[in-house]
Design a protein around this ligand. Structure first.
Ligand SMILES: [Zn+2]
Length: 390
């Protein structure tokens, strides 16, 4: 059921619970009878429960309200290039179960769909007592959000995979699908780091580079879901060839493979380093830096500088309150972060721009899966979830 006041109250319980009806009325400026009626509805629907008694300021102790974490559950999935990660969460997003299924090489469309379904059912079976009401999917590559079709998954070399249609028919559950970066970004917004911040950007730096943009508390898609493809912003006219066919994309300077290529150019120029030619990727450079290799440290610092330049552009374009960095490269935080902050402090136009908060994600390996679950939570708490009795 869609009602603005109902959503306001539900979200108040989510962010501020345990909370009394009187405090909700006071802080939302809704009348006590309105709050009382809508809270009764929320209790009947199973979204909110009465918890312990609060402190009295004279008279009867007020009953406090909290989100009902035992009634409904969501499964979130992160469909990557090598594995499917899944989490089962309650309405507060607490992870109650995890599962990871490897994806075999050269998988077909049908086999991938079956594997996704198996991952969901296997996680649901180990938590048989939990009622699942929705599935969120973060899919790598290009996704048509409306139809729930994975248009192109480059890492699996698959096109036009009808994930939403298949899962809804097979499991009889509501399914939301989005690309993995936007799922990750929404998770950051919905959970810890982005709390109470309405404008923020999460940038994923791994094999590729992409951003999930939250503006005014909502994911921003652009006209054709293309918003956030910031890895292909040109930063060097004569730079390296990118997978997209252009030269000098940001991605060619800061991705995991790009870090390997930068290190290789040092190696070929005769730099004294413990780095060998193979395998030379971001992880190898990070490992060498940890062992004190000066060239490896320098490569990561230069990478941090380029990340800082791109983020400064992003700050000037969107002026977000926070930028959160996720993906494999964020693991090298201790070597790249000082340069990122220094570069932004040098180049930002205003004091506020220079001081934009930059963090590395703390969500861990299952963060995108949890973010995908948050996409469903967002619908439930905004009253957009298509179940009549909710
Ligand atoms: Zn490119």
């Amino acid at each position: 059921m869609k009602s603005l006041n109902r959503s306001i109250i539900l979200n108040k319980v989510r962010t501020d619970g345990p909370i009394s009806r009187a405090t909700i009325a006071k802080e939302t400026k809704l009348t006590p009878p309105t709050v009382s009626n809508l809270v009764s509805e929320l209790i009947v629907s199973g979204l909110v429960i009465e918890s312990e008694q609060g402190e009295s300021i004279g008279g009867r102790k007020p009953t406090l309200l909290v989100i009902n974490n035992t009634r409904f559950h969501i499964i979130g999935l992160d469909v990557g290039t090598k594995s499917i990660r899944a989490v089962l969460v309650n309405l507060s997003g607490t992870v109650l179960g995890e599962k990871e299924t490897p994806i075999p090489l050269a998988i077909t469309k049908d086999s991938l769909l079956k594997l996704i379904k198996q991952t969901i059912t296997s996680l649901a079976h180990t938590h048989e007592d939990k009622e699942i009401i929705g599935i969120g999917v973060g899919m790598h590559g290009v996704v048509d959000v409306e139809s729930g079709v994975s248009l192109f998954a480059p890492g699996l070399n698959l096109r036009d995979t009808p994930i939403k249609e298949f899962l809804e028919a097979e499991l009889d559950l509501h399914v939301i699908i989005d690309n993995d970066v936007r799922a990750m970004a929404f998770g950051e917004y919905w959970f810890e780091n982005g709390k109470n911040v309405d404008n923020m950007v999460t940038i994923n730096i791994g094999h590729g580079v992409g951003a999930g943009i939250v503006l005014n508390g909502r994911l921003f898609y652009g006209d054709h879901d293309l918003a956030g493809e910031i890895g292909h912003m040109t930063v060097d006219l004569n730079g390296r060839l990118c997978s997209c066919g252009n030269h000098g994309c940001w991605e060619t300077l800061i991705s995991g493979p790009a870090i390997g290529r930068t290190a290789l150019s040092y190696l070929e120029a005769g730099a004294k380093t413990m780095l060998g030619k193979k395998p030379l990727d971001g992880q190898a450079v990070y490992n060498a830096a940890l062992q004190g290799d000066e060239v490896a440290k320098q490569v990561l610092e230069i990478t941090g500088q380029y990340i800082g330049i791109g983020l400064t552009n992003l700050i000037h374009l969107l002026n977000p309150t926070k930028i959160i960095i996720g993906g494999g490269v964020s693991g090298a935080s201790r070597f790249i972060m000082p340069k990122i902050r220094e570069t932004i402090a040098e180049r930002g136009l205003t004091k506020q721009a220079k001081e934009t908060e930059i963090y590395c994600s703390e969500q861990g390996a299952f963060g995108t899966a949890r973010g995908a679950a948050a996409l469903v939570l967002g619908e439930i708490f905004e009253g957009d979830f298509p179940v009549k009795e909710m």
